[in-house]
Design a protein around this ligand. Sequence first.
Ligand code: SF4
Length: 367
Amino acid sequence: MTKLYNIKNLTRHNLREWMNKKAKTKTQVQAFRADQIFYWLYQQRVGSFAEMHNLGKGMRKLLEENFWISSLKKSEKLHSRDGSIKYRLLLEDGKNIESVFMPHTSHNTVCISSQVGCGMGCDFCMTGTMGLVRNLKTSEIIDQVLAVSEDLPAGKKLRNIVFMGMGEPFHNYQNLMQALEILTDEHGFNFSQRRITVSTSGLLPKIRRFGKENIKPNLAISLNGVTDEIRSRLMPVNNAYNLEQLMKVCREFPLESRRRITFEYILIRDLTDSIEDAKGLIRLLHGLKFKINLIPYNSDPRNKYQAPSQKQARKFQKYLLDHDVVAPLRISKGQDIHGACGQLVVTEKQRSQVGEKNKTIANVMEC
Ligand code: SF4
């Protein structure tokens, strides 16, 4: 029996190639069917080939014989007071990832994961404590968008996607790029490239490669320190690629008109939140087209760092604004559900609890 392949791991281009190969032996197979299949998968969001009504019976049978359609189960859903929702999503192999839905007055954003855990070891980040468990498949990346979308009230849509959940997206480069292709494909999700942001800790060879791609989402870089000493303490990646090297690559990064690089800067009490640090930021980024997202650290009993005072965070921001730097202060959403920046983590204990919960569901279903 043929092993079924998850169709969501294929871009439309891949699917066309597959169709073309089949067309040599089966005349009823036409490459343009790939467009229709994408429409059903990502615009109509059906869960079976039987629902793809405008495909002939033969084609539907061929698809059923070769592919299956994945979806992610929601193993947990936590609602924050601020309206954001953290989803724990169950993968096929029993592992879990987290995605966060964040409503804004004018639009909705989803923050998605690219890996189970993360190998970058940033000292302020709970995901980093998990280590890297594995890369997500293309299907697992895009299924997060589908899982969150299906919970939206009628008429509401996701507008923005940010790759700022669990994982370093550039460590999973190929699957990331395939997912971006499907997300921006006009026959697929049809998201605007400008509405997608990929955030990296600063893997320089991949930033260079990303700049040469045809698909051009926004680039965000997690900066978090203005000296090598502080940045290396917070982010081990700085030992491999220091600030001078990072700034050189940023200066060479090909930006389209009216685009800029976003630098994320985490404000940690008495470590990164002084006016000297604000001055250092301006010096460091001088000459670049950029904006800075200021993210007050979310105090977490599981970590040693402290949140800045509101007064200090405002003072820091004011200094930047007074020097004509675009620097929104991001009030992190989902803090009360550990869904805010750097708080996404699935511990062994939680994993086994989820396992237990699923076992219970399975037992109930068997009864
Ligand atoms: S901040 Fe990002 S890159 Fe660093 S450990 Fe956390 S998830 Fe990984």
